[in-house]
Write a protein that binds this ligand. Structure first.
Ligand code: CP3
Length: 343
């Protein structure tokens, strides 16, 4: 099968597919008992990411269960700072921890060994393309430079990423240097994923929503535009989904300025606004993940509203952010059936 015949690739080319194809962010994750079982056999979360046998297995688990239209490589956005030796570790029940970077350390960052470090990730992509059903789109991904930088600066996730925002105001030149370095590494990383067999890519800017208008342009739009330009310089046909989570009114213009193909929408984007954004090209989203936790009626209502508003244009159905560990796998099945007109 040609990659262009896969449903998600059609939508990324601007076609309307009915019913819309579906995948969900964090589809391989702790809400699935089979994920928890595989996770228990790995030494730690990063070992899971860097062991192709295990990473392939957990990537395939949600595809076996639900037949999603896309499979997303199992890895993490923090493998890039890990390749930069920033002391990335995942503390059980607390989330990621890194060594907070200092101004001086930014000039010393050395990406030269990144592809050796990330070789197991490329191997996972290669094996996945061989094992996935023909009709399933394989998505590669990276974190957007701003989001990755927020973790590198604070050394952890914080509610409003104040340490990185403050650093951006006080040390603008160093921040831009860090973002440029991460953008260049990300472009190389994504190109390797495409080479290894990824069909399309998603750039996760999970912390896009905490910036003011001026820093959003400088820290979110500009670095993502740089990634897209560098990837397309080598692969002019590369399809890229951009997800500037919680960008609110700043979603307007993001597609054009960054040249991404599809716009990922979080659940707070009003559907009337989403319709406007869809006039400019494909959109992805945007069911509140907590609707999946709440139960079937809540899911049905949310799914139907999205399909009514966006189903007649290019849409990739997804949640508005990652599924939470407390979601019932049966509810996920119901959501998929409802989107596909089978429930
Ligand atoms: O979506 C998928 O199924 C693919 C795998 C994937 C993971 N992380 C696996 C993961 C992807 C695409 C990511 C992206 C990611 N990682 C983002 C951007 C998207 C988003 O959620 O905002 C961010 C900000 C990270 C950084 C990160 N990784 C955090 C903040 C955490 C802890 C929070 C949590 O949910 O525990 C992680 C850990 C992580 N990444 C887990 C998984 C399945 C859970 C850890 C575990 O299993 O022990």
């Amino acid at each position: 099968m040609m990659a262009t015949e896969r449903k998600i690739m059609k939508v990324l080319n601007g076609e309307t597919v009915t019913p819309p194809p579906i995948w969900i962010m964090r589809q391989a994750g702790r809400y699935l008992p089979e994920y928890r079982a595989t996770r228990a056999t790995a030494k730690g979360f990063l070992d899971l990411c860097y062991t192709p046998d295990l990473a392939v297995e957990v990537t395939l688990q949600p595809i076996r269960r639900y037949g999603f239209d896309a499979s997303i490589l199992f890895s993490d956005i923090l493998v890039l700072p890990d390749a930069l030796k920033r002391g990335v570790r995942f503390v059980e029940g607390e989330g990621p921890r890194l060594d907070p970077i200092t101004l001086e350390e930014i000039s010393l960052l050395d990406p030269s060994g990144m592809h050796e470090h990330l070789a197991p990730v490329y191997e996972t992509v290669r094996r996945l393309r061989g094992e996935l059903p023909e009709e399933t789109t394989l998505l590669g991904f990276c974190g957007a430079p701003w989001t990755v930088a927020t973790y590198m600066i604070a050394g952890r996730g914080t509610p409003d990423q104040a340490p990185a925002r403050l650093f951006g105001y006080r040390e603008r030149a160093a921040m831009e240097k860090l973002l440029d370095l991460l953008a260049d590494m990300s472009a190389d990383y994504l190109l390797r994923q495409l080479e290894a067999g990824a069909d399309a890519l998603q750039v996760f800017d999970s912390w896009a929503g905490v910036l003011d208008e001026e820093t959003f342009e400088a820290f979110c739009v500009k670095p993502v535009a740089r990634i897209v330009e560098k990837v397309r310089a080598v692969r002019p046909d590369a399809k890229i989904i951009g997800f500037p989570r919680a960008a609110g009114a700043l979603y307007r213009g993001y597609r054009e300025k960054t040249q991404i193909d599809a716009l990922g929408l979080d659940w707070t984007v009003p559907l009337s606004f989403a319709v406007e954004l869809q006039k400019e090209g494909p959109v992805q989203g945007n069911l509140d993940p907590l609707r999946v936790v709440a139960g079937k009626e809540t899911i049905r209502d949310g799914v139907d509203r999205i399909l009514d508003a966006l189903g007649n244009g290019p849409l990739i159905f997804n949640l508005g952010h990652g599924i939470t560990p407390d979601a019932d796998p049966e509810n996920v099945g119901y959501m998929v059936d409802r989107v596909r007109g089978k429930a």
